[in-house]
Write a protein that binds this ligand. Sequence first.
Ligand SMILES: C=C(O[C@H]1C=CC=C(C(=O)O)[C@@H]1O)C(=O)O
Length: 412
Amino acid sequence: MSTLPLTATLVRTRAVPDPGPLVGRLPGAGGLAWVRRGDGLVAWGEAARLEVSGPDRFAEAARWWREVCATILVDDPVGLPGTGAVALGSFAFGDDDGTRSVLVLPRVVLGRRGGRAWLTTVGDAPEADAVPEPVAAPVGVVYGEGAVSPVRYEEAVAEAVRLIAASPLEKVVLARDLLAVAEQPVDPRWLLGRLATRYPACWTFAVDGLVGATPELLVRLERGLVTSRVLAGTIRRTGDDDRDLVLAASLARSSKDLEEHEYAVRSVADALAPHCTGMNVPETPFVLHLPNVMHLATDVAAVAADRSSSLELAAALHPTAAVCGTPRDLALAAIDRLEGLDRGRYAGPVGWVDATGAGEWGIALRSAALDPDDPRRLTLYAGCGIVAGSDPEAELAESQAKLVPMRDALGA
Ligand SMILES: C=C(O[C@H]1C=CC=C(C(=O)O)[C@@H]1O)C(=O)O
């Protein structure tokens, strides 16, 4: 499905005074967001929208975005990445499950970056003056089992370890889910506010009912520079800083986690190579400290060598071994056979692209999907990379730690 009523529509960007916390400016529950450390984009209203599914979803979205950009007129004296026409989107993890991927050209975008702020409007956009409705905390949240119970998850991990021992499969990422039900519809703005405050190092997002704070940047393209933050290999935090430092050191030496991490870095470097030159891949990962977990992390950087947009680069990268496995085809088959979960848009690319192709796409982790038919209900997701040395009980505990950001945001 595509709506494109944009003939000769004017997109205007204007510098504005500092708007304060971006998430606080979203007028209602249905807004879009991509924020980190106070910078980013919030957006509302819809001037055009694309919904796609299937293996060609990225190619169709990239084509649609080119068409949109060729149709509109732009007046943008600010000229930063994310000014002028910008679309926010979220894509399904899988090729075949029929999940809807979306790309939206909002009517209003409020952005901030490095001390500069701007407002972009598409057409008349009376929505630009909308006064935010009050935001209420979720009430009476209770949890129920999702499609994959904890016991089933441990069994799937054990089966994956056996498969790795008996076949050329080296790594597979298996996920599980948790159902949350509140007494009233949950307002994503509440979740965004909590996530952005507690997880400033993460990219906090909301697109079409998918809300989260991901620590993993699939790709950023800006002024010809391509960057990616690759994560894989995790240890839970204890809350005791001294103990956590010891654990961070053990994570940095853990051969199981280093192996898991190396697969993910390789998959990113290999997928970017055809599109880039001068790639820098640090030999040793650093330890990223988040409030709930610590991860092995590698920041990859390269120079763009072709005209691929950030969305096309995200398409080339997805799914990396941080959310799929190695080799990719065997890992996808193992996920299909062992996971027992409809991932929907969890672990798919989420982010934004502008008319120059610049943009940022994260991997939709540490996230929850609101039920479109009943916004009191959310499905939370978490997955873990399984390699030869994985232990089912430890992986279940790790998945629980990865659910903490969304559980905390829900306040229960
Ligand atoms: C698949 C998830 O995390 C990935 C990213 C970082 C570390 C991971 C790990 O150590 O298993 C996962 O590869 C998730 O949070 O649902």
